[in-house]
Design a protein. Structure first.
Length: 428
């Protein structure tokens, strides 16, 4: 049983059981004054002591507990109408029974509930009158009258308190919801990402103010095509994604290029997510787009740099400031015979050769630390042991504070066809 239905059934059970226990006492006084027999007392006990528990059990076992409990209110009205007829329509008892059942019906079902409750009470009274005959005894003793007066007042106050408590909870929930909406609206209106809502056909329902920095107001009118300014190659894909999300309810990511108000193409990473309504249907889709234009440009630049790095004919070694080798290019392996896996993560001195002394290398790196650059020709040895003469340069890379972060070593074999080509070009 859902939480809301359980709360209604439990609340009505508590109120009904308490009210019927009080009514048992009121009618019991009448029976005592009239000297009622065992059958009358048995029926009284069944109606006002056992009945509230039976209808509560019925509601809890029903597949539709809310509907079952609301129907119980009309059953209450009909049965209490029977008791009014049985007792001879005593004024205060009739008022007590009718006021209690009609208040319940109005609170739970409004004006329609009031009409049905009065109709059920009248039907119960008429039916019992036809069975037992009509007798009219409006007067009650002082004790019964006082109990009815107190009971009616107490019941009205109890129902009023329950309604007040429910209204307070609704007010608190409404205030919390309003605060939550304002919080999320504030986030949406100040977020750098583009946040929008579209229908199943890809037409605008809502756009965050951040969209106004990208598209013209005419492109953001509610009901207009949300992908009118999308790149033609991406627009149809975006509409299909919206339709699929609406059909499946599963979020999708897509790349979207928008032509902004100045005619520039901007790249966005967009997530399309369904927002279900109360019936569970995905009639609205949330679009959250993150501008990745600069990131895409940086990736392209890095890709170009990587291609250029690998395409260089000179061997290149990049090491961290402590001498750990970070990367090498393809020409390094072709010249030295060492593979990338042989040297990555190794100290720079592991690829030195013994043709120069330790002091020689110390002087080279001291010069780099002092002046930032060194170049010269040296003898070198490949991995297979063959010796060649190389031209080498070592350059320091510094950060904004002047600290060395990396060392870049570039070298090639002197006299090789590549080097001769360079010399020839310089001579010409």
């Amino acid at each position: 049983m859902a939480g809301g239905a359980q709360a209604l059934v439990q609340t009505n059970y508590t109120v009904r059981a308490s009210a019927f226990l009080f009514c048992f006492a009121v009618v019991g006084v009448v029976f005592w004054e009239r000297g009622a027999g065992l059958v009358a007392w048995t029926l009284l006990a069944l109606q006002f002591l056992a009945y509230p528990h039976l209808v509560y059990w019925r509601a809890t076992l029903s597949p539709r507990p809310t509907r079952a409990e609301l129907d119980n209110l009309f059953l209450d009205a009909a049965l209490l109408g029977v008791w009014c007829a049985e007792l001879g329509f005593p004024t205060w008892i009739t008022y007590l029974f009718l006021s209690a059942t009609t208040i319940n019906a109005v609170v739970n079902r409004g004006a329609q509930g009031l009409a049905w409750s009065l109709a059920c009470s009248a039907a119960g009274a008429v039916l019992w009158t036809l069975v037992r005959g009509l007798h009219y005894t409006p007067q009650t003793g002082d004790l019964v009258t006082a109990l009815c007066f107190a009971g009616s007042l107490g019941y009205v106050c109890t129902v009023g308190y329950v309604v007040h408590a429910q209204n307070r909870r609704l007010t608190v929930a409404r205030d919390a919801l309003r605060a939550s909406e304002e919080r999320y609206r504030l986030i949406a209106e100040n977020a750098a990402d583009l946040i929008g809502m579209v229908d199943q056909d890809g037409r605008w329902l809502y756009t965050s103010p951040s969209y106004e920095r990208v598209l013209a107001p005419a492109d953001l009118v509610p009901g207009s095509d949300a992908f009118h300014r999308a790149h033609p190659d991406d627009a149809e894909q975006a509409r299909m994604s919206v339709a699929r999300v609406a059909g499946t309810g599963k979020a999708r990511d897509l790349s979207l290029r928008l032509v902004d108000r100045e005619g520039r193409i901007r790249n966005y990473k967009t997530r399309v997510q369904a927002v279900a309504d109360k019936s569970g249907n995905a009639r609205r889709m949330l679009l959250v787009s993150q501008d990745v234009t600069d990131l895409r440009g940086s990736e392209e630049k890095l890709l170009l740099a990587a291609h250029a790095f690998e395409g260089m004919t000179e061997a290149i070694v990049i090491a961290a400031a402590d001498g750990t080798i970070v990367t090498v290019n393809r020409a390094f392996g072709e010249l030295t015979g060492y593979t990338r896996d042989d040297v990555l993560g190794q100290p720079e001195h592991t690829i030195r050769n013994a043709l120069q002394s330790v002091e020689y290398y110390d002087e080279v790196f001291a010069t780099v630390a002092r002046e930032g650059y060194w170049s010269g020709t040296t003898w070198a040895r490949r991995k297979n042991g063959t010796v060649y003469r190389e031209w080498r340069s070592v350059r320091a890379v510094r950060d904004n504070n002047g600290a060395v972060t990396h060392l870049v070593m570039v070298f090639y074999e002197v006299g090789a066809p590549r080097a001769q080509g360079d010399v020839a070009s310089k001579t010409s």
